[in-house]
Design a protein around this ligand. Structure first.
Ligand SMILES: [Cu+2]
Length: 144
């Protein structure tokens, strides 16, 4: 398996940084994560396609804590987005930051989508259950 998408993440991280957030948190301490990005000022959240070619596209993304991450099944076959090491056939295909909860979208049908948010910063590795064996793998960098 090859993970070769480092520059994508850097670009995404820079774009996120430009949107602000982060610096203002100094006095607040534990601010609740419930606040939703005001809809409309930009495409809300991160979208990942599940493709006919049995890939996540992009395979590697950056999302902020609390930001919506949506998988859209662009293909004619079912896919999943599964971040659960217990369900991975190969160790390392799923990996979560300490304290993060595992997840499994279940089968996402052609044309359907699945959305979730992440509360714990760190690197999440996940896979597609029916296509793990052909390296349908993804990475999400969740940043505060
Ligand atoms: Cu798949």
């Amino acid at each position: 398996m090859s993970h070769r998408l480092g520059s994508l993440v850097t670009a995404a991280a820079l774009a996120m940084a430009a949107c602000g957030g982060g610096a203002g948190d100094a006095d607040g301490g534990e601010s609740p994560q419930a606040s939703v990005e005001s809809p409309g000022d930009q495409a809300s959240g991160v979208t990942i396609k599940m493709t006919e070619g049995l890939q996540f596209d992009p395979a590697e993304v950056t999302a902020r804590v609390g930001e919506m991450v949506t998988w859209v099944n662009d293909a004619s076959v079912d896919h999943t987005a599964t971040g659960d090491p217990a369900k991975a056939a190969e160790m390392g295909d799923a990996d979560l930051p300490q304290g993060a909860e595992s997840w499994d979208s279940g089968f996402v049908k052609p044309g359907a989508s699945f959305t979730m948010t992440f509360d714990v910063p760190g690197t999440y590795r996940y896979f597609c259950v029916p296509h793990e064996n052909v390296d349908m793998l993804g990475v999400i960098e969740v940043v505060p």
